[in-house]
Design a binder for this molecule. Structure first.
Ligand SMILES: Cc1cc2nc3c(=O)[nH]c(=O)nc-3n(C[C@H](O)[C@H](O)[C@H](O)COP(=O)(O)O)c2cc1C
Length: 369
């Protein structure tokens, strides 16, 4: 059991928001596989939510399979953030998360995202208003600071603790770093040391159970949150939970299991977005599953054109026939095509070249997250 404010979670592992990716279908996939304590929606503009903009409402869509879930808000107008927080509570959110880490211009320009890390007093006041307005826990997600000259996260975390945030999520990079360079575990550690009692959840580049354990050990953080790592490997939480609980490594899923979950993901996309839109959105999802398939160029080329489930099955069938040349008589990938585990930027003793490839940033409108 893991306590987060008034909430009891079954695990200290969290799904980080990835705008455009961590929608309801993906959250259900991750939960069905197990190991995750709390999943967060993509960020949503507080004002749009209060105005009941249909796109904003779709972003926070959830159902009984997706519990407990947090809604992440961004905005800088205290009244709007407070009203939006109330609305999240009414929508069934178990907690409300505030985005203080987004470096995207559109978000910072209006004083939201990373810009909140530069105005401590104002941010503290805004958060106090939200905490006072809802019964559910309010959490904050931040980066280390704006740039290397100002790692404000420890101070901000402490200030937010004073006004009642229930947890702090910290991505171990600065706003200036974008996604470049490594995650700085010492920065996360400084945040852990700055607060008195609220749990600090470490985030950044966790792609394997071993990386999660290393982050916990080297920072003293209370839990770990993963975004891209979970997208790349939806089994990440289940396998990390297993390692934490038993000390034993759980084998990576088989190719057949990967196919089963990929199909399940598409099924949920179609259920939530309709067949045409679900398939179009799945074009950018499927290649992530293929990253662990071994040779997959035929699949990746075909899948970016699918518009229906039948077309998807056609592409998959063609790919499976093509893939046979890389397998032994029993359908197992020949050793020379098998992939080594991914490595996090902060894992010790690994050559820089091995780490560089470690985790791609998905393309899309938020390339500079
Ligand atoms: C495509 C993309 C979208 C993201 N969207 C959000 C978002 O909506 N809210 C947020 O707080 N962080 C967002 N992030 C940042 C992630 O939540 C996370 O902090 C970051 O990717 C580092 O963790 P990871 O290495 O586990 O992905 C996004 C990152 C990416 C790559």
């Amino acid at each position: 059991m893991f306590r987060l404010g008034s909430m009891e979670l079954t695990s200290n592992l969290f799904l980080s928001p990835l705008a455009g990716y961590t929608n309801l279908p993906f959250r259900v996939v991750v939960r069905e596989l197990g190991g995750v304590g709390l999943c967060t929606t993509d960020l949503v503009n507080a004002r749009s939510l209060v105005e009941r903009n249909p796109k904003a409402l779709k972003l926070v869509e959830s159902d009984s399979r997706d519990r407990p879930f947090a809604i992440q808000l961004f905005g800088s107008v205290a009244g709007e953030m407070r009203d939006a927080a109330r609305m999240c509570e009414d929508l069934g959110a178990a907690s409300v998360d505030i985005n203080m880490g987004c470096p995207v211009r559109k978000v910072c320009k209006v004083g939201g995202g990373s810009a909140m890390m530069t105005e401590l007093g104002r941010t503290q006041e805004l958060v106090a208003g939200m905490v006072g307005a809802v019964r559910v826990p309010v959490t904050a997600k931040m980066r280390l600071g704006w740039d290397d000259a100002s790692w404000t996260a420890p101070e901000l975390a402490r200030a937010l603790e004073e006004v009642g945030v229930a947890a702090v999520f910290v991505h171990g990079r600065t706003r200036e770093q974008g996604f470049g360079g490594g995650v700085r575990l010492e920065g996360i550690r400084q945040v852990v040391q700055a607060v008195r009692r609220v749990p600090v959840i470490g985030n950044g580049d966790v792609t394997t159970p071993e990386a999660a354990v290393e982050m916990l050990r080297r920072t003293g953080c209370a839990g770990v949150s993963a975004g891209r790592g979970a997208f790349y490997d939806p089994w990440l939480f289940r396998r990390t939970r297993h390692l934490l609980d038993t000390g034993e490594r759980m084998a990576e899923p088989t190719f057949e299991e990967r196919l089963r979950i990929m199909r399940r993901h598409l099924e949920l996309m179609v259920e939530v977005f309709g067949e045409a839109m679900g398939c179009v959105l799945f074009r950018k999802v499927a290649p992530w599953y293929a990253k662990r398939f071994g040779p997959a160029s035929v699949f990746n080329k075909g899948v970016v054109r699918v518009s229906s489930r039948a077309e998807f099955e056609g592409v998959l069938g063609e790919y499976l026939r093509w893939r046979e040349q890389f397998c032994d008589g029993e359908g197992r990938l020949l050793p020379r095509y098998q992939l080594a585990p991914m490595l996090a930027s902060f894992q010790q003793g690994e050559p820089e070249s091995a780490r560089r490839e470690a985790i791609p940033v998905p393309s899309g409108p938020v390339e500079v997250w």
